[in-house]
Design a protein around this ligand. Structure first.
Ligand code: IPE
Ligand code: IPE
Ligand code: MG
Length: 244
């Protein structure tokens, strides 16, 4: 595949674990367990394909609405996943970062997150972002609050608030915006993922349920992406001239 047509940042809504389990007459949690295996596989595959940033939506601000038992199983999966995967992250030269509001996580999980972030901080291959208790609206809200504080303190004038300044206060500020957005399981919505950063991402939806999303599925998404013409508001003629 032509390297320039490779996305730098791939963002995925890993959806369909529950339906995957239901199809097999298994409890939903079995779907989440299979989902973790799929996530681990996709991390390795993306690292192999030289993707720079991979963002995985693991738990949304709204997923707290799920039954308490399912929520606590998911929290347990984060913890055991973190405990287990440090070796795999190192082997693949992956730096891990969590993004989201950590205030509702228990102390054990919070310190594990910090520990693994620290342990993998020097890895230079791919950056893996796990979005957990994350919502695009939460993200914009915390950025606005930060700017409002500066206005209150008199260090920022409201006139100086620009899209660029807002962006710099969002969670993924030091990373490129997603080039390719993937959602599995056939749902055609963003579900409060990176609302700001997805402004010009190429969207790709597949019926495949998350636990079944393998390397072949990733390659299919990447080749769809390679066919897209990204215009960012320019006309096709202008882009042809620039390429020209
Ligand atoms: C995605 O799978 C995982 C999380 C939201 C945590 P779902 O649990 O949403 O699976 P479906 O959509 O019910 O099939
Ligand atoms: C989105 O999936 C969040 C994650 C995959 C973590 P949901 O399954 O929660 O989304 P909705 O509720 O169907 O929109
Ligand atoms: Mg779902």
């Amino acid at each position: 595949m032509n390297k320039s047509s490779l996305p730098q940042h791939v963002a995925i809504i890993m959806d369909g674990n529950g339906r995957w389990a239901k199809k097999r007459f298994l409890p939903r949690v079995a779907g989440h367990k299979a989902g973790v295996e799929s996530a681990r596989r996709i991390v390795r595959n993306c690292a192999k394909h030289k993707i720079k940033v991979l963002s995985l939506f693991a738990f949304s601000s709204e997923n707290w609405r799920r039954p308490a038992q399912e929520v606590s199983y998911l929290m347990e999966l984060f913890l055991t996943g973190l405990e287990r995967e440090v070796g795999m992250l190192h082997e693949n030269n992956v730096r891990l970062r969590f993004i989201g509001d950590r205030s509702k996580f228990n102390e054990k999980l919070c310190s594990k997150i910090t520990e693994v972030e620290h342990l993998t901080a020097a890895n230079t291959g791919m950056t893996l972002i796990i979005a957990a208790d994350y919502g695009g609206q939460w993200d914009i809200c915390q950025a606005v609050r930060e700017l409002a504080r500066s206005v209150e303190a008199g260090t920022l004038s409201s006139q100086d608030i620009t899209p660029e300044l807002i962006r710099r206060n969002l969670s993924f500020a030091d990373l490129p915006d997603p080039d390719l957005f993937i959602r599995t399981s056939g749902e055609l919505r963003i579900s409060n993922f990176m609302l700001w950063q997805l402004a010009y991402s190429e969207l790709y939806f597949t019926e495949t349920l998350w636990p079944d999303f393998d390397e072949a599925e990733l390659e299919k998404a990447l080749s769809h992406y390679a066919e897209r013409e990204r215009r960012f508001g320019y006309s096709s003629d202008q882009l042809n001239e620039l390429a020209g």
